[in-house]
Design a protein around this ligand. Structure first.
Ligand SMILES: [Fe+2]
Ligand SMILES: [Fe+2]
Length: 327
């Protein structure tokens, strides 16, 4: 076992088109970080696509081919748990705004940057990520506890929806970061039910049309509750809360948006949520069998549910049977 594995240095990926800059980073930070270098955005994206993970990604902005803004916004999707830092020689405010808004960077530093400043920013980014992950998880648990006070069936349901969603995401090729994030975000899908009156939320019989219209408001309320989210977990939780009742055929709610306009996270949770709801017993009706529930999901391919997600569901149907052990 080498020294680095024992000490567990933060893993840092440096992306710059100038090899001399990368070589400098490599030598000055070798006793502080586990350094990986990439000489272009494409090379760096290749590493992320291979599933390699870094605590922090430091990228130059001006690079030939794909620039740093484009790279960082792609890196955000491939490795949402890595914190991003931009290094830029620019003072162009539009470009800087672009870096922050599209690249979702934690910090940008002006080039040339002193090594001690860069090292401090990287360590800050590592601490920020660890801290925000912890506080996000606490926040999410507290929100769910609040919902649980209102509706006791919820805690088991949301936990299972998280597990099934993560399983579907992995089947769709999501990497570990993404599926972990989804497992943590999916349980918040119905958080907007906090805003639904007891007479509707807890009604033991089928809802009337008017009551159903009130119940449907939970997705809009959930989206509003999480509107000011800025961390990867809560941004994903918001899109799930808002869009998990949308349908690819455009007949869902609250917006009636179509197909791929619905965020994939929400399309996945939609299948997991419906499956869980129908194989588990609800107050107003008995549970359906696994076979009946699966048939219902398959029948909704391309209308109620995303075709890719339904295919992923079909390929893990047997595993689901063991998670639920339904009749
Ligand atoms: Fe819902
Ligand atoms: Fe649900």
């Amino acid at each position: 076992m080498n020294k680095k594995t024992l000490i567990c240095f933060p893993k840092v990926l440096f992306v710059d088109d100038e090899l001399s800059v990368l070589e400098t980073f490599k030598s000055i930070f070798r006793n502080q970080f586990e350094v990986t270098i990439a000489q272009s955005a494409m090379e760096a994206l290749g590493l992320l696509r291979m599933g390699l993970r870094y605590d922090v990604i430091v990228s130059d902005i001006m690079m030939p081919g794909m620039d740093g803004v484009e790279f960082l916004s792609n890196a955000k999707i491939l490795a949402p748990l890595s914190t991003r830092i931009a290094l830029t020689g620019h003072t162009d405010m539009d470009k800087l705004a672009d870096v922050v808004n599209r690249g979702h960077v934690y910090k940008f530093l002006m080039k040339p940057c002193r090594a001690d400043r860069l090292a401090a920013a990287i360590l800050e980014a590592v601490n920020y990520a660890a801290h925000s992950r912890g506080t996000d998880a606490d926040f999410s648990r507290n929100l769910l506890a609040a919902l649980n006070f209102r509706n006791l069936e919820t805690s088991m349901h949301v936990e299972r929806v998280g597990r099934v969603s993560a399983l579907l995401a992995q089947t769709l090729g999501w990497n570990e970061d993404g599926s972990t994030l989804l497992r943590m975000a999916a349980p918040l899908h119905d958080i907007g039910k906090i805003g639904i009156p007891d007479a509707v939320l807890l009604k033991p019989e089928q809802l009337s049309d008017e009551e159903y219209a009130i119940m449907k408001e939970h997705s809009r309320i959930g989206g509003e509750m999480l509107r000011n989210s800025s961390t990867p977990l809560l941004i994903m939780a918001r899109e799930i809360a808002l869009y998990h009742h949308e349908r690819p055929d455009g007949t869902g709610y609250p917006h009636g948006i179509l197909g791929e306009k619905i965020p994939l996270s929400a399309r996945i949770v939609s299948v997991a949520d419906v499956y869980d709801a129908i194989v588990t017993q609800r107050v107003y009706r008995n549970a359906m069998s696994h076979a009946e529930a699966s048939a219902l999901i398959k029948n909704g391919r391309d209308t109620a549910f995303d075709s890719m997600v339904v295919d992923a569901f079909i390929s893990v149907m047997e595993n689901l049977k063991t998670i639920y052990n339904p009749n």
